[in-house]
Design a protein around this ligand. Structure first.
Ligand SMILES: C[S@@+](CC[C@H](N)C(=O)[O-])C[C@H]1O[C@@H](n2cnc3c(N)ncnc32)[C@H](O)[C@@H]1O
Length: 225
């Protein structure tokens, strides 16, 4: 099994709206290939499915290699983060529901995943991250956190999801900026640093603002310090 993105799926990832640079997407794809044979992955922050295509491509390849369907769950309320709302830097008026006047990225996500042929592998969960996390009980081979980048959502995503990473599994965090000049603080201060401080995770890889930590102590469901 090659560890590069199949070229047709790379084209789909390139075409999708979103916030995943290609070099970081390649790392996401590679770690998903490594981990998906051990269990499902989960992404917090679907948006239009750009990162989902990198993860889903790995799930499709793992399925072909093992004969067992590999899956990636992806959680989003599809109403956008603070920075996606009208008047903010990352607003895209083409993903606003004209009747409700609210962001709705679910349709665009579904089209992107269908066009890429990944509907069997990328499974949408539509809802608040905190509500889904409160009922989640499944060990994760890989958790990718790329949801709300404000203080409360970052705190909630760490508290709700990080302990579900299984022993040896990966916690990948997007938009980690140790230097405040490069970007917002919450993913760095409220997810990345607490994960390391818990003693349960060790950093193993980094590309751009994507950091990959491995669970090196405890197992899924054990509380983090
Ligand atoms: C940075 S975007 C995700 C980008 C995506 N991973 C990509 O590759 O393009 C963050 C997403 O998180 C979602 N989000 C923010 N806060 C959330 C929450 N509390 N619950 C569920 N989804 C949330 C937003 O709706 C938005 O689509």
């Amino acid at each position: 099994m090659t560890d590069t993105m199949p070229s047709d799926l790379l084209e789909h990832a390139r075409d999708a709206k979103g916030f995943m640079p290609e070099d970081e997407g390649a790392l996401l794809h590679r770690i998903a290939l490594e981990r998906l044979p051990h269990g499902p992955a989960l992404e917090v922050g679907t948006y239009c499915g750009k990162s989902g295509i990198y993860l889903g491509a790995a799930a499709q390849q793992v399925t072909a290699a093992t004969g067992t369907t590999a899956v990636v769950f992806t959680v989003d309320h599809h109403r956008g983060s603070e920075e996606n709302q009208a008047g903010w830097e990352h607003h895209d008026a083409s993903v606003v529901d004209p009747e409700l006047g609210l962001m709705d990225t679910l349709g665009e996500f579904r089209r992107n995943i269908a066009r890429a042929g990944l509907e069997d592998h990328v499974i949408a969960i539509v809802g608040q991250s905190t509500s889904v996390a409160a009922h989640w009980r499944t060990p994760l081979s890989l958790l990718f956190i790329d949801g709300g980048h404000g203080e409360q959502p970052a705190r909630d995503d760490f508290a709700g999801w990080a302990h579900w990473v299984d022993a040896g599994g990966y916690l990948a965090i997007h938009d980690v900026f140790p230097d405040p000049a490069d970007g917002g603080r919450p993913p760095y201060e409220l997810i990345y640093l607490p994960a390391l401080a818990s003693g349960a995770f060790t950093e193993v890889e980094a590309v751009g603002s994507l950091r990959v930590l491995q669970r090196t102590s405890g197992a899924a469901g054990d509380p983090l310090a």
